[in-house]
Design a protein around this ligand. Structure first.
Ligand code: HEC
Ligand code: HEC
Length: 287
């Protein structure tokens, strides 16, 4: 490699680098580039003084402006909860009906209720409250325990068949496997299907009517309309809490499942429970 030499055409020294006869001139850096370079250094010094920048062993330099992203977040959160606390105070003071009838309160309560639902309820009732087998759909107007604001509020507050709340909604369908003959269960299951005009064996259903009147009517109603005071589902429809095929119906009659829902009044504050009631009531099936 040759050392630097004077390039005759430009009158500038080369750097001494050469690639296949092409030599690099040792021109000074452009002035604009150098200015930007120094400006960047100055800026970074200023930045390090003003803002948190350098990691130390357990902490970091704080900067004279006292800025931190965490503080900014806390400020935003504080501002929002201030805004919310105004609404929450109003909701705490209002009757459920008043919340429902005040468009602004209703909107706020519904949104807050939807957020609380996503956190606390969706794992059982589904993210769209569509339900799963054994976990009721909350969008429809088919209610186990009643679909008015008050009734929904009570169900959410005290829950169903839990052991933690003395006021939990309670009822228990007897296990008819120990009471009725297999044949009677088959017959009454067909009768249940006939109540909803679903596919069934007509002669079995006719025999099942008597079994139904004797054993089931007290809870499920004369024509299968259900009873919200006992959480007994309506049977004269195609909406099933469990599954609506003959095998599942027979198994529910023989060995009934007993759905349990936690008492949310013990876990959430009263305002949140109200918001949830307004949200669930507004899903479409509220009465
Ligand atoms: C651990 C599962 C579970 C969770 C979590 C849960 N539920 Fe339930 N929920 C149930 C079950 C099971 C039933 C049906 C009980 C029965 O069979 O009578 C039910 C019933 C209901 C009912 C009565 C429906 C009707 O037809 O009368 C409402 C309203 C309700 N839940 C709202 C909520 C809300 C709001 C939350 C969240 C705060 C919630 N649930 C969380 C399991 C759950
Ligand atoms: C003491 C009241 C009571 C009596 C009596 C009773 N049931 Fe029930 N039944 C219930 C309750 C409550 C449920 C809901 C269980 C739950 O929520 O977990 C239910 C659920 C059912 C279901 C499931 C409905 C669905 O939507 O999935 C069927 C089917 C049913 N009962 C049929 C019968 C038949 C048939 C008889 C009579 C042989 C009978 N029940 C007697 C209270 C009763």
């Amino acid at each position: 490699m040759a050392g630097p030499e004077l390039d005759e055409v430009t009158g500038t020294y080369t750097t001494g680098h050469e690639w296949d006869g092409v030599k690099e001139l040792n021109n000074p850096l452009p002035r604009w580039w150098v200015s930007v370079f120094y400006a960047c250094i100055l800026f970074s010094i200023g930045f390090c003084i003003a803002y948190p920048a350098w990691p130390l062993i357990t902490e970091h330099t704080k900067g004279v402006l006292g800025y931190s992203t965490r503080n900014e977040l806390l400020k935003t959160v504080a501002a929002h909860s201030e805004m919310q606390s105004e609404w929450r105070t109003k909701i705490a003071a209002a009757e459920l009906e008043e919340i429902k009838n005040d468009p602004e309160l209703n909107r706020f309560a519904t949104r807050a209720g939807a957020a609380a639902f996503a956190v606390n309820c969706s794992q059982c009732h589904g993210s769209g409250a569509q339900g799963f087998v054994g976990y009721p759909n909350l969008n429809d107007d088919d209610w186990l325990w009643g679909g008015t604001l008050e009734e929904i509020h009570t169900t959410i507050t005290h829950g169903v068949r839990n052991t933690t709340d003395d006021d939990a909604r309670y009822s228990e369908m007897p296990a008819f496997g120990e009471i009725l003959e297999k044949e009677q269960i088959d017959e009454v299951a067909n009768y249940v299907l006939s109540l909803g005009n679903l596919e069934h064996d007509a002669s079995k259903a006719a025999a099942g009517q008597e079994v139904y009147v004797d054993n089931c009517e007290a809870c499920h109603g004369e024509s299968g309309e259900g009873d919200i005071y006992q959480g007994a589902p309506k049977l004269a429809d195609a909406i099933w809490l469990f599954k609506g095929d003959i095998e599942h119906i027979k198994s529910q009659i023989s060995e009934p499942a007993h759905g349990v829902m936690p008492a949310w009044g013990q876990r959430l504050d009263e305002v949140t429970v109200k918001e949830l009631a307004v949200y669930v009531h507004g899903l479409g099936g509220g009465q």
